[in-house]
Unconditional design. Structure first.
Length: 766
C-alpha cells in the first residue's frame, strides 16, 4: 500500500508509525498502569504495569467492564466519572480504592482524560493509575500515631502546655485545662502568665526575655515547685518542669505541670505527725535520762551496789532507745528533704580534734583509744560543721565498737588530688564480701548477733552517707576482715575566693572570715563594703574596724567598680540586691577583669529560707548555735563566756515548758546556779515577760497554746536582747536557729551539756 503513496505521504506515515511505536514503548515501560475504556466502561487497552498492579493479563482484561476493578461499596464512582468524561472534563488525581484479581484492596490515585476521535468527538477515556498503598499506609500510621499521642496527652494526669518565645500559649492538653479550670479556647493565643499569681505573673515576661537574650535560666531544664492560678482566682501548689525545643527553626517551650495540692497536704500531715511523735518520744526520754543522770551523779546519795547496777542498765538502754529515736527522725527528715545545711568554709583539724575528744568516753567502754595521724592543719572544707561532727562521731564510734579490746583506731587526713580524705581505720572483724553491698542501707547489720552485742540501730551509716553526699562529698570503705578496715569520707578542698553568707549566718563570724584574708601591710588591708543600705553599711564598717580592718563604702555597683579601679583592696563585701546591677552579674564582671579576678568576696544576701527579710535591725545577739549531738567541752567553753553580765545577784531564768517533769529535772540540774521560774504556756510566758526581766529564757517549742518560736522576736527586741536557749523535742530550721543563742534538742542533750549551756548564757558568754 505504501507503493501508492507519494514520498511526502510515505514520510508522514513512517513518522506516525515511529511515534506510535515510541508511545507504545513508553506505555509498556511505565510504572503506572495505563488503560483505556469506552464510554460504556469497556476496557480497550491494558499495559504491563496494569497487569502487575491488578493481576489480570491483557487478554483477561480487554473487553471486560472497568467495574470489575471497583469494590461494591464504591460502585457509584464509575457512573459519576463517565458523566464527567462525557462533559469533556478531566478528572485529576482521583484517590480511591480498587480490587485486584486476588480480591485484595489497593489504594490508587488516578487521572482520567477524555479520548477524542478524528472528528473531535469523545469516544472513550484514558486512565493513568498509580498504586499509593504504601504512602497511604505510612500516612495512616502517622495519623494513628498522632491519634495515639493525642489520646495520651489528653488522658495523662499532668498538664502539658507549649508556649513560644514571647510566652504565648500554642497548645494545651485536657489535663492542663482541668488543672487550671479553663477551656482550651480561653488560653490558646494568650500569654501564659494568665496562669500565674504574683510575683510570678509580673516577673515572667522579663525572665523569658532575659533567657532568650542571655541564656541565663532559672526554670528551664531544672524544674521547681511554684504556685499556679486557676480561672476562679484560687491558687494551688504545683510542680513545673520546662524544656526547650526547636521546631522548623522556631524555639518553643514545653511546660509539664502537676497539681501537688494533695501531696503538700499529706506532707504537712506527715510533718505534723513526726513533730508530734518527736515531742511525745523525746520529752519523756529526756525526763528519764535526766533523772537517771541525777541519781548516778549522787543527788540521792550513795547507792547500794545492786541499785547502782540496775541504774547503769537502765541508763545504757535509755541511751540505746534515744539513739534509735534520733536516728529514725533523722532518716525521716532526710527522706522528706527537710534536713537543712549551713555550708560554710571551716578548718578541718579543729573538728577532728573535737570529735576525737568527744568520743573518748565511748571508746573507753571498749578499752580502745584513738590516734590522730598526719594532720593537715590548714585544710578547709565547705561543709555544715555540726553535720560534719555527726558524721565523724558515727565513724569513730563504729570503729571503736568493732575494735579488739586494747587496740587503737587511727584517724588520718590525706590530700587526694583536689579533695581531702578523712580515713578512720580499725583492726576489727571487718566487712565480709557478702555484706559489702548492704553496708550503707538502712537497718543493715552484718550479723544480728552483733546488734545485740555491740548495740546500734543499723541506721548510722545510712544517715552518714546521706549527710556526706548532700554536702557534696563521697563515702566509701576498704576492708580486710580481722586485718584492717577503713571507712573514709572525701570533700573537695575549699580554696575559693568568694564566700556566701546568708542572713541565717551568725554575724559574729563575719570578721573572723575576713581575718582569714592573707595578712598584708596595713595600707593594703582595706575592705570595700558594697551595700546600698546605709545603716547596714555603717554596721559592717564598725564590725570590721573592731577587728583591725579599715573599710570604704560603695552604695552602688557603679561606685564599687570605680573604687576598685582606683584603690587597692584586700577584700570586698557585696550585697546582691544593688540598685543599678544584679550582684551575681557584678561578680561575673569582676571575675573577668584581671585586676579583680582573685579578689576575695563575701556575699551578703538579705534573702532567708522562708522569704525576703531586711537585715537592718535584725542582727540578733547570737552567741553560738550548737547542733546535735553536742560536744560537752565545746558547750562548757562557750558557756564560760557569759557570766560577766551578772554580778552580785543570782541570775533569773524563765523556763517556758508545759511538762512539769522536764522543769523539775532542769531545776535540779541548775541547782543554785540560778533562780528558775516556770511558764507552762505561751500566754503565761508573755505575762511573765511583761512583768519581769530575765537573764535567760529556756524555751520549749511545743506548747499547748502555740509555738514557743512566737516569743523569739519579742525576746530579741529587748535592749539588750534576752539570751534564748531553745530546749525542745522539735528541731528548729536554720532560719529560726539564727534567732536563738543556743539550740538543744531533748534526748540529744545530757545533763552536763545542758548545765554548761545555761551557765554560758547567763554569764554573758565568758
Amino acid at each position: 500500500m505504501l507503493e501508492t503513496l507519494s514520498d511526502e505521504e510515505k514520510s508522514s506515515a513512517e513518522e506516525l508509525a515511529l511515534m506510535q511505536a515510541r508511545y507504545a514503548a513508553i506505555i509498556a515501560s511505565s510504572d503506572d498502569a495505563i488503560m483505556s475504556k469506552t464510554l460504556d466502561g469497556i476496557i480497550t487497552s491494558w499495559n504491563p504495569a496494569a497487569v502487575r498492579m491488578f493481576g489480570y493479563t491483557e487478554q483477561e482484561a480487554l473487553g471486560q467492564p472497568m467495574a470489575m476493578l471497583i469494590p461494591a461499596n464504591r460502585a457509584d464512582e464509575e457512573p459519576q466519572i463517565i458523566a464527567r468524561i462525557r462533559r469533556g472534563e478531566r478528572v485529576e488525581h482521583f484517590e480511591t480504592v480498587r480490587v485486584r484479581k486476588d480480591g485484595k484492596l489497593i489504594d490508587i490515585a488516578a487521572t482520567i482524560s477524555p479520548m477524542l476521535d478524528a472528528n473531535g468527538r469523545i469516544m472513550g477515556a484514558s486512565k493513568i493509575v498509580r498504586d499509593i498503598s504504601e504512602r497511604v499506609s505510612i500516612l495512616q500510621a502517622v495519623h494513628d500515631s498522632e491519634a495515639r499521642l493525642s489520646a495520651i496527652l489528653d488522658n495523662v494526669l499532668d498538664g502539658i502546655l507549649t508556649i513560644n518565645e514571647v510566652g504565648t500559649v500554642e497548645s494545651m492538653n485536657r489535663a492542663a485545662c482541668r488543672i487550671f479550670g479553663y477551656d482550651v479556647s480561653e488560653v490558646i493565643g494568650k500569654n501564659v502568665k494568665m496562669l500565674m499569681p504574683e510575683p510570678y505573673h509580673g516577673e515572667h515576661d522579663g525572665y523569658l526575655h532575659n533567657y532568650v537574650s542571655t541564656g541565663h535560666k532559672k526554670i528551664i531544664g531544672i524544674g521547681r515547685q511554684v504556685v499556679g492560678l486557676r480561672k476562679d482566682g484560687s491558687t494551688f501548689p504545683m510542680d513545673l518542669a520546662v524544656s526547650e525545643m526547636q521546631l522548623k527553626g522556631w524555639r518553643l517551650f514545653t511546660g509539664v505541670v502537676r497539681d501537688i495540692t494533695e501531696r503538700v497536704r499529706i506532707e504537712r500531715m506527715k510533718s505534723e505527725f513526726i513533730s508530734t511523735v518527736s515531742h511525745e518520744l523525746r520529752t519523756p526520754l529526756t525526763s528519764i535520762r535526766g533523772s537517771l543522770g541525777l541519781v548516778t551523779g549522787g543527788i540521792a546519795g550513795v547507792l547500794p551496789e545492786q541499785a547502782k547496777t540496775l541504774i547503769d542498765i537502765a541508763s545504757k538502754n535509755c541511751e540505746r532507745l534515744i539513739q534509735l529515736v534520733n536516728d529514725i527522725l533523722d532518716m525521716e527528715k532526710i527522706e522528706a528533704g527537710r534536713i537543712e545545711f549551713q555550708l560554710q568554709p571551716v578548718l578541718l583539724n579543729p573538728f577532728l580534734q573535737q570529735a576525737v575528744e568527744a568520743s573518748q568516753d565511748y571508746a573507753k567502754q571498749y578499752n580502745v583509744r584513738y590516734e590522730l595521724k598526719n594532720e593537715l592543719p590548714d585544710v578547709m572544707l565547705n561543709v555544715d560543721g555540726n553535720r560534719l561532727m555527726q558524721i565523724l562521731a558515727n565513724l569513730l564510734s563504729n570503729a571503736a565498737k568493732f575494735s579488739p579490746a586494747g587496740d587503737k583506731v587511727d584517724i588520718s587526713v590525706i590530700r587526694n588530688g583536689a579533695s581531702i580524705r578523712v580515713a578512720v581505720s580499725d583492726h576489727g572483724i571487718g566487712i565480709s564480701d557478702e555484706f559489702r553491698g548492704q553496708v550503707f542501707t538502712r537497718f543493715a547489720q552484718a550479723d544480728s548477733s552483733d546488734t545485740r552485742k555491740k548495740g546500734g540501730t543499723g541506721l548510722g551509716l545510712a544517715i552518714t552517707k546521706e549527710l556526706v553526699e548532700r554536702m557534696g562529698g563521697s563515702i566509701g570503705f576498704d576492708s580486710q576482715p580481722h586485718v584492717l578496715t577503713t571507712f573514709f569520707i572525701e570533700f573537695p578542698e575549699w580554696k575559693q575566693a568568694a564566700v556566701a553568707v546568708s542572713d541565717e549566718t551568725d554575724w559574729k563570724i563575719l570578721p573572723d572570715r575576713m581575718r582569714n584574708i592573707q595578712q598584708e601591710p596595713s595600707s593594703s588591708r582595706r575592705v570595700l563594703i558594697c551595700e546600698d543600705d546605709h545603716d547596714i553599711a555603717a554596721l559592717l564598717r564598725m564590725m570590721l574596724q573592731q577587728h583591725g580592718l579599715s573599710a570604704d563604702i560603695a552604695y552602688s555597683a557603679t561606685q564599687a567598680k570605680q573604687m576598685l579601679a582606683q584603690g587597692d583592696y584586700a577584700a570586698m563585701t557585696l550585697d546582691l540586691g544593688l540598685p543599678d546591677q544584679d550582684g551575681v552579674a557584678l561578680i561575673r564582671e569582676l571575675r573577668e577583669t584581671a585586676a579583680t579576678a582573685e579578689l576575695p568576696i563575701v556575699v551578703i544576701s538579705a534573702t532567708a529560707v522562708e522569704g525576703k527579710k531586711e537585715l537592718n535591725g535584725d542582727a540578733f545577739n547570737v552567741v553560738d548555735w550548737l547542733c546535735k549531738p553536742i560536744n560537752p567541752d565545746r558547750l562548757e567553753s562557750s558557756i564560760k563566756q557569759a557570766l560577766g553580765r551578772i554580778s552580785g545577784r543570782q541570775p533569773s531564768i524563765l523556763h517556758v515548758e508545759d511538762d512539769n517533769d522536764i522543769f523539775q529535772i532542769v531545776k535540779s540540774i541548775v541547782g543554785n546556779a540560778a533562780l528558775l521560774e516556770q511558764a507552762g504556756s505561751l500566754a503565761e510566758a508573755k505575762q511573765s515577760l511583761n512583768r519581769n526581766r530575765y537573764d535567760l529564757v529556756i524555751l520549749d517549742l511545743g506548747l499547748p497554746d502555740g509555738s514557743g518560736a512566737e516569743l523569739l522576736p519579742v525576746l530579741n527586741s529587748t535592749s539588750p536582747p534576752t539570751p534564748v536557749m531553745v530546749f525542745s523535742a522539735n528541731e528548729l530550721g536554720s532560719y529560726e536557729s539564727a534567732k536563738a543563742d543556743a539550740v538543744l534538742v531533748k534526748s540529744r542533750t545530757d545533763n552536763e551539756q545542758l548545765l554548761a549551756t545555761i551557765k554560758r548564757l547567763i554569764n554573758g558568754g565568758q
